[in-house]
Ligand binder design. Structure first.
Ligand SMILES: NC(=O)C1=CN([C@@H]2O[C@H](COP(=O)(O)OP(=O)(O)OC[C@H]3O[C@@H](n4cnc5c(N)ncnc54)[C@H](OP(=O)(O)O)[C@@H]3O)[C@@H](O)[C@H]2O)C=CC1
Ligand SMILES: O=C(CO)COP(=O)(O)O
Length: 342
């Protein structure tokens, strides 16, 4: 009767809902899985996700469900939009209902505690037979739902995954660029959350435009230094999933990570800053795990170290900033002029 593609999105928060809505508004059949059955019923009744996207009508092609089997059965593509700390648990719940030919794509920008796994690594471990990919880019959910123009990157080693995701998401307000560097694309989206906290903090403290620009650029240098040590391609950081996502998340109060930093700059405690969001800010845990990993691998990350002191050890920002400014002089682009101590 229909040649519509069936798609499943796991996770009924801000981004999962926006992604499902985009796909539904293209005329495809999309199931949005969430753990709360009452909330799913409420979405189907009102065509609105009052909790995460109040006031935004959702596509009639979107069906919310708390039944994983219903969501996954016959879906050609499964997007997973679950915060990193619950990602593996949800994939394990989904596994009994998945066939090996279903494409599984992560939208999650975080790192698993203890294992330091990115979501693509969790997918490879838990679903070794499935074609997998990740999407990442300057994709603030609250702008996408307003159909503000933007783009994302689909990264996968499998060309069929790249093409399928480009086709399913592409529309007049959303472009989809392709990459084969899954790890780099994922690391870009994950690491920038740390620097968004630093940017929010510096904005709250009234730092100037030069300062903001220096902070973002040195963040990019630090992110790519870390990613290269972990095996990613530094060129990926020049793309939408690197510099693109860094710019938006470090500049916009619509970013939850930026808002956490801003609240800290206003003098709130970390607990209050996170609590008042009511949504996930992956950067707080990411900062902890990346600091540990950088220490373990002896990767020079002064911004991560300084922010860690401010966020977790209550160091005064002015003191940390002064220490960084008076630090040994260094190279601008270390892929052009290597740092002396590398
Ligand atoms: N928002 C954005 O602009 C973007 C977000 N992302 C990334 O997407 C991921 C998800 O973010 P986002 O949707 O914004 O987060 P939200 O905080 O808005 O929503 C998280 C969702 O995950 C659900 N969830 C959490 N744990 C579980 C679990 N164990 N089982 C089932 N559901 C669970 C929550 O359910 P419940 O409501 O029941 O608690 C909620 O629906 C993050 O990694 C984020 O970095 C990527 C691009 C843009
Ligand atoms: O990743 C995002 C935009 O691309 C969303 O950032 P936050 O999680 O900080 O809101």
């Amino acid at each position: 009767m229909t040649d519509r593609v069936k798609v499943a999105v796991l996770g009924g928060g801000s981004f999962g809902t926006v992604l499902a809505n985009l796909i539904g508004s293209k005329g495809e059949q999309v199931y949005l899985w969430m753990r709360n059955a009452e909330r799913a019923e409420e979405i189907n009744r009102s065509h609105e996700n009052h909790r995460y996207l109040p006031g935004r009508p959702l596509s009639e092609n979107l069906t919310a469900t708390a039944d994983l089997q219903q969501a996954l059965q016959d879906a050609e593509i499964v997007f997973v939009s679950i915060p990193s700390q619950s990602f593996r648990e949800v994939i394990r719940q989904a596994k009994p209902f998945l066939r090996a030919d279903q494409i599984v794509v992560s939208t999650t920008k975080g790192i698993e505690a203890k294992s330091f796994s990115l979501m693509s690594q969790i997918l490879s471990e838990e679903l070794p037979g499935n074609p997998i990919g990740v999407i990442s880019g300057p994709n603030l959910a609250k702008e996408i739902v307003q159909q503000q123009l933007t783009a994302t990157v689909i990264a996968s080693e499998d060309e069929r995954v790249r093409t399928a995701v480009q086709q399913i998401l592409h529309c007049a307000f959303f472009r989809v660029y392709a990459s084969s560097d899954m790890y780099g694309v994922e690391l870009g989206g994950t690491l920038k959350n740390i620097y968004a906290i630093a940017s929010g903090l510096s904005a709250a403290l009234g730092m100037g435009e030069n300062t903001k620009s220096m902070l973002m650029t040195r963040s990019l240098a630090e992110m790519s230094r870390f990613a290269v040590q972990l095996g990613a391609n530094p060129m990926t950081f020049l793309g939408l999933a690197g510099v693109g996502d860094l710019i938006v998340t470090c500049s916009s109060p619509l970013s939850r990570n930026y808002r956490v930093g801003y609240a800290l700059g206003e003098g709130k405690t970390l607990e209050d800053a996170v609590e008042s969001l009511g949504e996930v800010a992956e950067g707080v845990n990411t900062l902890r795990y990346v600091k540990e990993k950088a220490d373990e691998l002896e990767i020079y990350m002064p911004l991560v170290s300084g922010l860690y002191e401010v966020v977790f050890n209550h160091a005064p920002v002015s003191q940390v900033a002064k220490m960084m400014m008076l630090n040994t002089q260094s190279s601008d682009v270390e892929f052009v002029l290597p740092r002396a101590d590398l």
